[in-house]
Ligand binder design. Sequence first.
Ligand code: ZN
Length: 679
Amino acid sequence: MNPSSCWPNFHRALSKFLILIITAVLCCAPGSLFAQASSSPAEHVLEISLTPASGEIEIIDQVRVTGRDNYSFRLAPWLDIESISLDDRQWRTEKLGDHEYVVALPDSKPHVIGFILRGMVPVRGTQPTTTLSSSSGSDGVYLPGYDAWIPQDETGLMRYRMLVKVAPGERAVATGKLISEQTTNEQYQATFEVTHPSEAPSLFVGPYQVTQRLSQGLRLRTYFHAELTGLADVYLAAADGYIQRYQASIGAYPYADFHIVSAPLPVGLGFPNLTYVGRQVIPLPFMRTRSLAHEVLHNWWGNGVTVDYSSGNWAEGLTTYMADYALAQDKGEAEARSMRVKWLRDFAALPAQRDQPLRDFRSKQHQASQVIGYNKLAFVFHMLTNEIGQSAFNDGLRRFWSKHVYGQAAWADLQAAFEQAAGRDLDWFFRQWLERSGAPRLSLGAHSVEQIAGGYRTRIEILQPVTGYRFKLPVLLATVDAKQRHEIMISDTLTRVEFVTPAKPRYIHVDPGSDVFRRLRRDETPPILRDVTLNPSAITVIASMDTEFVEVARELAARLMDVELRFEILTALQSAEQPLLLITTSNNLAQQLTQLGLEQLPELPDIAHSAGAWTARRANGVPVLVVTAENVLELRSLLRPLPHYGGQSYVLFAAGRALSRGVWPLGRGSLYRDLQGSL
Ligand SMILES: [Zn+2]
């Protein structure tokens, strides 16, 4: 499993990094206990019988080990070891701590440790579940590899062959190649196999209807709940298309199968050769376009090549760049630019204290880390493409893939591949973008235009006060009869440039296509919801006397704000410097805005709505997020959808359905200079 869910509507509660930490804490901390000879990954031969409704599970596991003095492992707390054998003789295990065990081995020769395990997979809803924890219910069983539902040693790697038996109305699907399956009156059984060292198996069982498509030697399947089967063919066709696309640009798809499995949980997770997606999400259009492409691509980045988390996570940004962003590029440069501008706007909304160097990003645990680890990083790959050219970029990726497929790779490996492809050193590039937080800031200084023999000379100063950056900066110079595009190198805090044109210059626009990652100035950034929701100093005001409204408003604030909540009353805030979330009934709105000194209201689209959210700036520039609802029912209907619109300036609702949303238009900003009248 990789930290893959990037779509706007769901983010994962926990991450692979956390899992790795948990693994490390549980298994690896007492180093002396685990001093083992270097050993090849264990091979598991598994036989699993499972009853979804009750969660009852029996696991027979034959673990072949070699080159070890002992086999230490962890096991999910809901499993009991019924028996243990060594080379078919009864044997024993020693408990090291909570859910950690060690089996002492007589020597480091090959041995087979046999386990019979029994337990009840926790029933969903009886305790808090995360994307890490196993859960069961009549609508499906979820057994993620990281939950250690089979013995898992500290390497985290294994090979396995797994036979799963369930009732005939159920279907089981797992990571690994589907070797065989059989349905009788008594049961359905299927066998899965992984022959490369891999993460532990993840297993999914449910009352699934299976639809299959074969494509160029690859088996694609949907395992959908009954209500979704009408969508199976479009999903399979879409997945097939993405796989072909990424195979062509990166290298062969690394598995035999790809499955899309519907989940009773509201998740969107990428596993080797399958994606597990909430059944409520599958019908949504964004899922089978952008999100599916993203999940499919994780079979290359994150699963095919896994991430060496000790040096940071390169996979999310690369996947965002090659899936989400590439799909925007397909629609044209305008769409691609608007995605880059959105990333810049998100970054501008990130308070400095929540910024972090890209190298420190491990996984998305809150919105702030998405702004860095997904968006900023994808932007860095855009700049790398511009720096070394598309063909060197593609070549670098193919090199990286073929060298590291089925293995783990770090940032340094990716850098090396691009350096080889480009035939030059790129250390300066990776250093400046990965190892520091923040971004360049650009503005224009003094300019002059003078008439010279045969034309005009335009001079302008470009200011970039954040030292230590070096980048190509596109400059557009428009004259009365032409537009000239230039590229200049910025490496100083002050760069003086000079252009000579035959015709009279009209304007100059620096970085007109937003190709450079930089911190936008406030006068360039229309406020978006995140300007308030990410800001730790933000304050929430609830303007209502109705206790039920206040209660729902508090819940909404808790869901909206990505920071600790602080409540205040409005009268205390007339000249406040803190960003503000105001939640009010519609009929109270005018009065509240007057109190805030917000008389000039933004122009919302002329659409009848019963609830909405919009942003504005107070006279002192501080952003305000206003949420209005006609009544408590309408307010309640915002609880689920509204937190997903953080990148918008406004969104209007009726009965919980978004009718209209958008971002206030960008000003021309400080990188545009009108040159007419400068002579
Ligand atoms: Zn992802």
